[in-house]
Unconditional design. Structure first.
Length: 136
């Protein structure tokens, strides 16, 4: 691993989004500019014991577009969203990963929360699903 060089520049070449207001940058932007909220009745768990019944859930997410079903069954939803958004960002960038550039390309992923569904599952489980994309 090379020593960090803080004088090097970084270019954002692609973006990917999985959120309650949409999946993909075009869908999210359309929802935002048209005032569509991603907040609705919670359906992923029983809300009976709780006072509040609304929240922002990811709806209509087809994990098989991004991962094989067998792997997805054993993977936390937050990791599934990370893999999907990373693959969207890579497609959006138009970059082709090959032997010459594979160590110069990376993904930065942010989440407002997640990973609570499968206790003890390490965050690094996403690594095998990024099709050769180096993950630091």
């Amino acid at each position: 691993m090379r020593k960090p060089d803080y004088t090097r520049r970084v270019a954002v070449t692609g973006m990917g989004v999985v959120s309650p207001v949409g999946q993909g940058t075009d869908a999210v932007w359309d929802s935002l500019v048209n005032g569509r909220s991603g907040i609705g009745q919670i359906t992923h768990f029983d809300t009976a014991p709780y006072e509040h019944k609304a929240g922002g859930e990811i709806r209509d997410f087809d994990v098989t577009r991004w991962m094989n079903f067998k792997d997805a069954r054993r993977t936390d939803n937050n990791v599934q969203f990370a893999v999907a958004s990373a693959q969207m960002a890579l497609a959006d960038s138009g970059l082709v990963i090959d032997d010459e550039n594979r160590n110069d390309i990376g993904v930065i992923y942010g989440s407002g929360g997640g990973g609570q569904g499968l206790p003890g599952v390490p965050g690094g489980i996403a690594v095998p699903f990024l099709d050769g994309l180096p993950v630091a």
